[in-house]
Design a protein around this ligand. Structure first.
Ligand SMILES: [Ca+2]
Length: 417
């Protein structure tokens, strides 16, 4: 092994020098790469590609294939060192090695770091992804990784033994308030479906069966009023097949229920795309809008979480998109007017307003398209107005009974005196 010039090489070496080595099939050549912090790293090199030469990285298994010809792939590694070995019976040279950290999704609560507790089945952190995994088209734009890797290089896989098995995943909320929750999932042919609960309350369900295998799909779990402290996301298996959670996002609700935090119901998730703002697009509420490709006569449904039962003033704001169509909107079966998603380009919608009654927890927002095309939603604003009318009537009746009782008692006392 020696540092030599690049005269005998078909390329010009960086700095004009390379590490040349000759192996005789015995002890491998070991190079140690310094890793500054835990995370997902892509490792690559120039050179060391002669036929008959085997390159091997120590540590956990491959996450996925590398992006380019000189990339060896991705490894999730801790602080310390990563060993790269060359073996075979061959003469070759290495020009340089490179390390690149693959970013986590900004603000993500990595599922693999959460302490899941299962009732039936098991949960474990996984780093291996299915062969041929792609980046899901369900989330585009914004500051998201474009590579087909999990955020943080790992995910939490819940493998139920049977339908009904449950996995509780605790997560922390730092400040009390209304929080929009979303979760990213691994999708593959061997994945299953599960009901989702937030602190034991229904938050829809996910179906992670898909081909080809994909990472990056992120779906809403609702906007919830949560106090600071520990909360619980629960997965209840619909079948004996795994579901794999990549990360959670907790986003303070500034304006209302962001469309990307609404819970897709029924078929809505199949064609749903979250479009995050990353440049000169209109200023979507919360930085994103949601688009679903609808078929004529087939309503698109979302779950909308009301913090308590009562009367609300609600405003549903659509987004305008080129292939957009108009749809009749309703919440809990109460008509809401028409929203038109059609625009010359991407644009902010005007919205429609209505007063209505909602139950506490999950309510259904339905959009019935007037033709086949795209339905796009930006945000739903909910303002609590008061108790439901039946509760008001009951309170009034109770008050009248109390007053009546009081009057009777007063008269009796007067007669007695
Ligand atoms: Ca993750």
């Amino acid at each position: 092994m020696a540092v030599t010039g690049d005269e005998g090489l078909p390329y010009q070496a960086s700095g004009g020098k390379v590490l040349s080595f000759t192996l005789h099939g015995g002890e491998p050549l070991l190079l140690t790469l310094p890793i500054p912090n835990i995370g997902l790293w892509e490792v690559g090199l120039r050179g060391g590609s002669a036929a008959g030469l085997t390159r091997k990285l120590a540590g956990d298994g491959w996450v996925t294939e590398g992006r380019s010809a000189d990339s060896l792939g991705y490894r999730r590694v801790g602080k310390g060192q990563l060993a790269l070995t060359f073996s075979g019976a061959v003469h070759d040279a290495v020009d340089y090695l490179w390390l690149r950290e693959v970013g986590k999704v900004k603000g993500a609560v990595e599922a693999e770091d959460l302490k899941a507790v299962c009732t039936g089945g098991q949960a474990q952190a996984v780093i291996e992804l299915p062969k041929g995994v792609v980046r899901s088209p369900a989330l585009v734009g914004g500051a998201i990784p474009t590579e087909a890797v999990c955020s943080g290089g790992a995910a939490l896989r819940f493998t139920p033994a049977k339908a009904g098995d449950r996995c509780d995943v605790p997560f922390d909320v730092k400040e009390s308030g209304d929080l929009g929750l979303t979760a990213a999932w691994l999708q593959a042919a061997d994945q299953g479906s599960a009901k989702v609960l937030v602190d034991g309350r229904p938050a829809g369900s996910v179906d992670c069966r898909a081909e080809p295998a994909a990472v990056g799909a992120r779906y809403g779990l609702g906007t919830w009023r949560l106090n600071a402290g520990q909360h619980k996301l629960s997965l209840v298996a619909n079948e004996a097949k795994p579901v794999t959670l990549d990360y959670l996002l907790l986003k303070p609700a500034q304006r209302g229920h962001e469309a990307e935090c609404l819970i897709p119901l029924g078929e809505a998730a199949r064609t749903m795309v979250v479009k995050e703002r990353f440049g000169a697009e209109p200023k979507w509420s919360g930085g994103a809008y949601v688009k679903v490709t609808a078929q004529a006569g087939r309503p698109v449904r979302f779950g909308l979480v009301a913090p308590r039962a009562g009367r609300y003033k609600a405003r549903v704001v659509e987004a305008k998109v080129p292939a957009g169509v108009a749809a009749r909107a309703s919440i809990g079966g109460q008509p809401f007017g028409t929203l038109d998603s059609n625009g010359a380009g991407e644009a902010l919608g005007k919205g429609a307003e209505a007063s209505l009654t909602m139950r506490g927890g999950l309510n259904e927002l339905a959009l019935a398209p007037q033709a086949a095309g795209d339905l796009a939603l930006d945000v739903v604003e909910l303002t609590y107005v008061g108790r439901p009318r039946w509760q008001q009537a009951a309170a009034l009746a109770l008050l009248l009974v109390l007053i009546g009782g009081g009057v009777v008692a007063l008269r009796r006392r007067r007669r007695a005196s």
